[in-house]
Design a protein around this ligand. Structure first.
Ligand code: HEM
Length: 383
């Protein structure tokens, strides 16, 4: 590990080999030499992610000084929690992320997208699609949802970038997160004084959560809510530019396009660490309490057991049970928002610039190789 991609759009062919030969295989993490069980089959990945005997309270895998270990999560950081503790936060947040509630944001998302496209149109070409569109759109949307001033985005973009880099120097991630926590603590104090109708303001008004919990929840939503969608927009556009027939269908509004792009690209490929809380068996393999596992969403999403011809991009495909947004109790809380943002942003981009094309050959596009979330660092485009 990591099993590197040879093509920016596809999980490594090695993973397909493992899925057939050894869907629960022993793998060595390069940074600390620890061993993990790498799970690659679609059915096995789903079983693992839904199994309460696997804990999400895992830290490390980031170097000799941070070996994989079970940890006690910070109050509020519910992505790292299990069982009733996790469910308590999830229950409080779910009403804010239903399809209905998310759809209320549609006009605002359309406006944000249109403004970014207007700004792009005024710039000299080529324009960097990542800096001008793919990153600002989800950042603006998540700020809007939380009630956070967009001017404070530098803090969370920096923290998010440090978090998803696999080679962040020791201490850099923690320092970026500490700075972000400092900003958020000030923001929450301001909301306590004057709660507004956005998400943080509403949670403050409900009066159940401590400041510490609110900081962690806001941090999770900010980081999870923009880096992922930004990479989907960047890498997704690049993929569509290479498949003009599929691009035309997305421009016409193919309803399942967002899910097919999520499945096909699996931008979060294999970063879902879990720790076994007790002895268990998965796919015939005995796993001992205290051992760690890693679910390969990329390998699962290209499993022929999931859909016909899984290596073909087909935005008209009936919805699959893909796992790009996770599965089980931790399945992406923001999935309705992610789908809506992808649909609105991609359609509007392709309609505004019918002649959109990459301004450099694929080999010159700066693909992210140092990150736990696949994507492009920049994408020069013209039209
Ligand atoms: C296109 C973009 C996105 C992708 C590919 C994605 C993917 C994922 C995945 C794979 C998980 C499961 C993590 C695990 O099991 O350990 C997850 C969880 C989560 N996502 Fe997303 N996500 C996206 C967008 C968003 C957005 C827009 C938000 C919004 C606020 C969000 C918020 C969250 C949160 C809070 C969790 C933790 C849920 C829990 O632990 O109960 N995500 N996401």
């Amino acid at each position: 590990m990591p099993i590197r991609r040879t093509c920016p759009f596809d999980p490594s062919p090695e993973l397909a080999g493992l899925r057939t030969a050894r869907p629960v295989a022993r793998a060595v993490m390069p940074l600390d030499g620890s061993e993990v069980w790498l799970v690659t089959g679609h059915d096995l990945v789903r079983r693992m992610l839904a199994d309460p005997r696997w804990s999400s309270s895992v830290d490390g895998g980031l170097g000799e000084d941070r070996p994989l270990r079970l940890k006690q999560p910070e109050p509020g950081m519910f992505i790292e929690m299990d069982g009733p503790e996790h469910a308590r936060y999830r229950r409080m947040l779910i009403p804010h992320f239903t399809v209905q509630r998310t759809n209320r944001l549609r006009p605002r998302i359309e406006q944000i997208v249109a403004e970014r496209l207007d700004a792009m149109e005024r710039l000299p070409r080529p324009v960097d699609l990542v800096a001008e569109f793919a990153l600002p759109v989800p950042s603006l949307v998540i700020c809007e949802l939380l009630g956070m001033p967009y001017e404070e985005r530098a803090g969370f973009q920096e923290a998010a970038r440090a978090l998803v880099r696999l080679d962040s120097p020791a201490g850099e991630t923690e320092a970026a997160l500490d700075r972000l926590a400092g900003h958020l603590a000030k923001l929450i104090a301001a909301k306590r004084a004057e709660p507004d109708g956005a998400l943080i303001g509403e949670l403050v008004r409900e009066g159940v959560l401590t400041d510490g919990e609110l900081v962690q929840i806001s941090m999770l939503l900010l980081v999870a809510g923009h880096e992922t969608t930004a990479n989907m927009l960047g890498l997704g556009t690049l993929l569509l530019l290479r498949h003009p027939d599929q691009l035309a269908l997305v421009r016409q509004g193919a309803p399942g396009a967002a899910d097919e792009l999520l499945r096909y690209l699996s931008i979060i490929d294999a970063v879902m660490f879990r720790g076994a809380k007790e002895d268990l068996t998965l796919g015939g393999q005995r796993i001992r309490a205290g051992e760690f596992g890693l679910a390969s969403l990329g390998a699962a999403n290209r499993d022929p057991a999931l859909c016909e011809d899984p290596d073909r991009l087909d935005v008209t495909r009936p919805r699959t049970a893909h796992v790009a947004l996770g599965f089980g109790p931790h399945q992406c809380l923001g999935q309705n928002l992610a789908r809506l943002e992808l649909e609105v942003a991609l359609q509007a981009l392709l309609r505004r610039f019918p002649g959109l094309r990459a301004a450099v050959p694929l080999e010159e596009v700066s693909i992210r190789e140092d990150a736990a979330i696949h994507g492009v660092d920049s994408l020069p485009v013209t039209w």
